[in-house]
Design a protein. Structure first.
Length: 134
Protein backbone atom coordinates (compact mmCIF):
# COMPACT_ATOMS: atom_id res chain seq x y z
CA UNK A 1 0.00 0.00 0.00
CA UNK A 2 1.33 3.44 -0.93
CA UNK A 3 2.40 5.79 1.90
CA UNK A 4 -0.15 8.44 0.86
CA UNK A 5 -2.98 5.89 1.15
CA UNK A 6 -1.80 4.76 4.59
CA UNK A 7 -1.66 8.37 5.81
CA UNK A 8 -5.15 9.01 4.46
CA UNK A 9 -6.41 5.90 6.24
CA UNK A 10 -4.80 7.01 9.52
CA UNK A 11 -6.15 10.56 9.30
CA UNK A 12 -9.64 9.26 8.46
CA UNK A 13 -9.61 6.95 11.49
CA UNK A 14 -8.50 9.78 13.79
CA UNK A 15 -11.15 12.14 12.43
CA UNK A 16 -13.82 9.44 12.85
CA UNK A 17 -12.75 8.89 16.47
CA UNK A 18 -13.63 12.47 17.49
CA UNK A 19 -10.17 12.87 19.01
CA UNK A 20 -9.09 16.50 18.85
CA UNK A 21 -5.57 16.53 17.52
CA UNK A 22 -3.03 18.82 15.91
CA UNK A 23 -0.41 17.84 13.34
CA UNK A 24 3.08 18.75 14.53
CA UNK A 25 6.68 17.83 13.72
CA UNK A 26 7.65 16.66 10.27
CA UNK A 27 4.09 15.90 9.23
CA UNK A 28 3.04 19.41 10.24
CA UNK A 29 5.89 20.81 8.16
CA UNK A 30 4.81 18.59 5.26
CA UNK A 31 1.33 20.11 5.36
CA UNK A 32 2.94 23.52 4.82
CA UNK A 33 5.52 22.34 2.28
CA UNK A 34 4.89 19.18 0.27
CA UNK A 35 8.57 18.75 -0.61
CA UNK A 36 9.37 17.20 2.79
CA UNK A 37 9.44 13.39 3.04
CA UNK A 38 7.06 12.01 5.67
CA UNK A 39 8.94 9.65 7.96
CA UNK A 40 6.31 9.40 10.71
CA UNK A 41 3.16 11.12 11.91
CA UNK A 42 3.32 13.26 15.05
CA UNK A 43 0.09 14.46 16.63
CA UNK A 44 -0.50 16.58 19.70
CA UNK A 45 -3.51 15.26 21.65
CA UNK A 46 -4.17 17.72 24.49
CA UNK A 47 -5.74 16.32 27.64
CA UNK A 48 -7.81 19.49 27.93
CA UNK A 49 -9.76 18.50 24.79
CA UNK A 50 -9.77 14.69 24.89
CA UNK A 51 -10.59 11.79 27.15
CA UNK A 52 -8.94 8.47 27.84
CA UNK A 53 -11.81 6.34 26.57
CA UNK A 54 -11.83 7.90 23.09
CA UNK A 55 -8.06 7.72 22.88
CA UNK A 56 -7.96 4.04 23.79
CA UNK A 57 -10.68 3.36 21.21
CA UNK A 58 -8.51 5.04 18.59
CA UNK A 59 -5.39 3.11 19.61
CA UNK A 60 -7.29 -0.18 19.33
CA UNK A 61 -8.22 0.65 15.73
CA UNK A 62 -4.51 0.59 14.90
CA UNK A 63 -3.31 -2.06 17.35
CA UNK A 64 -5.86 -4.62 18.53
CA UNK A 65 -3.24 -6.27 20.76
CA UNK A 66 -2.91 -3.15 22.89
CA UNK A 67 -3.65 -3.82 26.55
CA UNK A 68 -4.36 -0.24 27.68
CA UNK A 69 -7.64 0.19 29.54
CA UNK A 70 -6.89 3.69 30.81
CA UNK A 71 -4.66 6.49 29.69
CA UNK A 72 -3.26 9.33 31.75
CA UNK A 73 -2.10 12.11 29.46
CA UNK A 74 1.56 12.14 30.47
CA UNK A 75 3.37 9.74 28.12
CA UNK A 76 3.86 9.52 24.38
CA UNK A 77 2.03 6.68 22.70
CA UNK A 78 3.91 5.19 19.74
CA UNK A 79 2.00 3.01 17.32
CA UNK A 80 3.54 1.15 14.42
CA UNK A 81 0.89 0.86 11.76
CA UNK A 82 1.66 -0.73 8.43
CA UNK A 83 4.80 1.06 7.25
CA UNK A 84 4.44 4.20 9.41
CA UNK A 85 5.02 5.18 13.01
CA UNK A 86 2.35 7.30 14.69
CA UNK A 87 3.34 9.30 17.78
CA UNK A 88 0.53 10.68 19.93
CA UNK A 89 1.96 13.33 22.23
CA UNK A 90 0.12 14.70 25.26
CA UNK A 91 2.56 17.62 25.57
CA UNK A 92 4.70 19.53 23.10
CA UNK A 93 8.16 20.60 24.22
CA UNK A 94 8.68 24.34 23.94
CA UNK A 95 5.02 25.11 23.16
CA UNK A 96 2.13 25.37 25.64
CA UNK A 97 -1.55 24.53 25.20
CA UNK A 98 -2.67 28.17 25.06
CA UNK A 99 -0.25 29.01 22.25
CA UNK A 100 -1.42 25.97 20.29
CA UNK A 101 -5.05 27.09 20.58
CA UNK A 102 -4.12 30.57 19.39
CA UNK A 103 -1.72 29.45 16.65
CA UNK A 104 -3.12 26.67 14.54
CA UNK A 105 -4.41 26.52 11.00
CA UNK A 106 -6.58 24.05 9.14
CA UNK A 107 -4.50 22.30 6.48
CA UNK A 108 -5.66 19.54 4.17
CA UNK A 109 -4.30 16.14 3.29
CA UNK A 110 -6.20 14.71 0.31
CA UNK A 111 -9.22 16.86 1.26
CA UNK A 112 -9.14 15.75 4.90
CA UNK A 113 -9.05 18.75 7.29
CA UNK A 114 -6.30 18.67 9.88
CA UNK A 115 -5.69 21.16 12.66
CA UNK A 116 -2.03 21.97 12.20
CA UNK A 117 0.20 23.86 14.56
CA UNK A 118 1.27 27.15 12.97
CA UNK A 119 4.47 26.95 11.02
CA UNK A 120 6.40 29.18 13.42
CA UNK A 121 5.24 27.13 16.43
CA UNK A 122 6.31 23.92 14.68
CA UNK A 123 9.75 25.47 14.23
CA UNK A 124 9.81 26.56 17.90
CA UNK A 125 9.07 23.00 18.97
CA UNK A 126 11.71 21.51 16.66
CA UNK A 127 14.33 24.07 17.74
CA UNK A 128 13.53 23.48 21.41
CA UNK A 129 14.06 19.74 20.99
CA UNK A 130 17.30 20.27 19.03
CA UNK A 131 18.61 22.55 21.79
CA UNK A 132 17.82 19.88 24.39
CA UNK A 133 19.82 17.30 22.43
CA UNK A 134 22.88 19.42 21.68
Amino acid sequence: MEKQQIIEEIISEILDSDIIFFAIGGFGKYLYDDKIDIKDLDFYIPAELNNSEKLIGLILKFDRRNKLNNYIFDKIIRINYKSLTIDLLPKIDGVNFESVMENYEIKYFNNLPIRTLSQNKIEENINFIKNQIE
